[in-house]
Design a protein around this ligand. Structure first.
Ligand code: EAX
Length: 338
């Protein structure tokens, strides 16, 4: 009898041990660490959004999934980080749509100048059927498009003169994002376009390798361009979005539950990120003036005149992104609330 009891006890202990081991193994197997690289400083909404996303994923996974944020291009430029995601050595980043256009040509449509009238209109297009259909094309390039974040309306800064009319751009050396449309846009207005990653830009401005750049107020502020740029002219020539993307190699290994958790965190982080961008943008103009920048408003009439001068560039890039895509884009804008 005693032997039978001993066997039963040993059997039960073995079952408990196995369950614990499986349970522990299962828990350990689900522990996930990920890297999120941004190209802008801690104070910029791109990095604020990244930290919020990491915090939400940590909360929703009860500490199982730890995303570490590396800001200010610590992990490389926007394009280097896109390559790292595609290779599976980095898990998240959030570049401008402009650099993604080098991987998926349809992203170029968002850079067509003077397309959006307001942030509200932009959100409707990005979050609607058209914007989501373009996001889906990233999977062909081993990337997962999760959401569109806000960079904002791009304005022109330079160290030479106020830009009051298009002709004032003649001969100015302007850094552009590494994107053919932006290169053609400024060449089309008579400037000399010099593409480079944003993390090389401050030095290029400081050494006068370039005279000018164009970015939303929040980038000018976060990158301290006011220390090396005297003039800011509100061209508002494009509304720029950044795309929260994940490595497909990483994403494909996740459980359905963890993917759902990350999508929920992405939605909540996007709301937070866009609000932070609007709040900081509303204050940045006055703060840039206080930091010594001379800010002039480019008139609507002159902006319209710039748009007309750029028609050949717009036509060329509508063809480049695909006429169907361009038409669907402008139809989505027409339907969107302003
Ligand atoms: O998304 O490279 C740029 O100018 C972009 O606006 C931004 O800094 C990165």
């Amino acid at each position: 009898m005693k032997a039978l009891k001993a066997m039963t006890l040993r059997g039960s202990l073995a079952i408990v041990a196995a369950a614990l081991c499986l349970g522990t193994t299962a828990a350990v197997a689900q522990e996930i660490k990920a890297k999120f690289g941004t190209s802008l400083p801690d104070s910029h909404p791109q990095t604020l959004g990244a930290r919020k996303f990491a915090e939400l994923v940590d909360q929703k996974s009860k500490g199982r999934i730890k995303i570490t944020v590396y800001s200010g291009a610590q992990l490389g430029s926007d394009q280097q980080m896109q390559a790292a995601l595609r290779g599976g050595t980095q898990e998240f980043t959030a570049p401008s749509t402009a650099t993604l256009a080098n991987l998926v040509k349809e992203f170029g449509v968002f850079g067509l100048p003077f397309s959006f009238a307001s942030e509200k209109q932009a959100y409707a297009v990005f979050d609607g059927e058209f914007g989501q259909s373009i996001l889906a094309k990233l999977t062909e390039k081993d990337l997962i498009g999760l959401a569109y974040w806000e960079n904002g309306f791009r304005h022109f800064t330079n160290s030479k003169r106020p830009i009051v009319k298009a002709e004032d751009l003649a001969g100015i050396k302007v850094r552009t994002m590494q994107n053919n449309l932006y290169i053609d846009l400024f060449a089309g207005l008579g400037a000399n376009a010099i593409p480079m990653p944003v993390n090389e830009l401050f030095t290029a401005l400081e050494t006068k390798a370039v005279d000018a750049q164009e970015n939303p107020y929040t980038v000018v502020q976060a990158q301290k361009f006011y220390d090396v740029q005297k003039y800011l002219s509100t061209t508002g020539h494009a509304y720029d979005a950044q795309v929260l993307i994940a490595s497909k190699k990483f994403w494909d290994k996740l459980s359905d539950a963890d993917r759902a958790l990350m999508k929920e965190a992405s939605r909540e982080a996007t709301e937070f990120q866009r609000q932070a961008s609007r709040d900081l943008n509303a204050k940045a103009r006055a703060e840039l003036a206080k930091a010594g920048m001379q800010i002039n408003d480019v008139s609507d009439a002159e902006r319209q005149r710039m748009r007309e001068k750029l028609q050949p560039v717009i036509a060329k890039h509508q063809t480049a992104v695909g006429e169907d895509t361009a038409k669907a884009f402008f139809d989505a804008i027409a339907k969107a609330p302003k």
